[in-house]
Ligand binder design. Sequence first.
Ligand code: NAP
Length: 302
Amino acid sequence: MSIQSVAIIGLGLLGGSIGLAVREQTPEIATKGYDRDPAVRDAARKRGLAGTICDNAADAVRGADLVILCVPVGAMEQAARDLAEHIGPDAIVSDVGSSKQSVAEALARALPGHTIIPAHPVAGTEQSGPEAGFASLFTNRWCILTPAKDANEGAVRSLSAFWTKLGANVELMDAAHHDLVLAVTSHIPHLIAFTIVGTASDLEEVTRSEVIKYSAGGFRDFTRIAASDPVMWRDVFLNNKGAVLEMLGRFSEDLTALQRAIRSGDGETLHELFSRTRAIRRQVIEQGQDDDRPDFGREDHV
Ligand code: NAP
């Protein structure tokens, strides 16, 4: 099925970016949007985040070929329940949640009998809300679809084609594997950033003003990640608990090994690890997943 109309539920960073990307990349697809917050709906109308901004979710999903839930992971089930009786029998229901196993289960509970293809565009920023979205957010980023084994193949193809039109590279993955991969590539890095920024702000020996004043030494790059939306990230950790705890165990062991190397003056271990990590940074740049300018393109780098 070729997707002609899309309903976007939740008009923050992700929902807004999908609406803007459709308008720019594939304007023949009609979009309707809904957010539960009236102020967000007003802002969405002003920015044209969807062709029509509806004042209730039922109007947004009625007649849509594709319904995409762009709400925090912990809000998916209720949002889906509120829509259940209004979504057409042939519509594809998808989402953009950052964890996939729990969302797939929540959507299956809320929408029995519907065609559900969960997805996660691995693209974002630390900004949130209706002013944060932009049309190129998905360009050359991966969008991971996690269809169940018995998912409708035509629906998977249609959703893949949709994300490809928005500029993303599409990959299919088992939901449990997705959660493990994202635990190590996204969730633990965020947890580390939240921790280090929290630790620095609690220090007694070094004042908070010194931490901020000298932040260009590395700390400020963590503050960017640690400024991410608190609701979104609370929900990610509560919903990807198993994979995060498993990867955190591995991380703690590696951290203890480094602690031992520093204590015992084992420079060889430190140098070997730092050389490997530098090579990984080069690969990230070679694969077009980051800017190769020093300090991510900032001019006042240290
Ligand atoms: P966001 O900017 O905070 O937008 C979410 C919007 O959804 C908010 O306006 C929120 O309103 C609204 N909402 C909440 N419950 C709703 C409901 N039941 N019905 C309608 N609207 C509802 O968040 P985001 O960054 O776009 O994240 C959305 C999803 O994308 C999350 O599942 C997240 O895991 C995933 N994701 C995020 C990123 C990222 O970098 N941010 C990247 C990839 C995927 P209220 O403020 O009133 O709650």
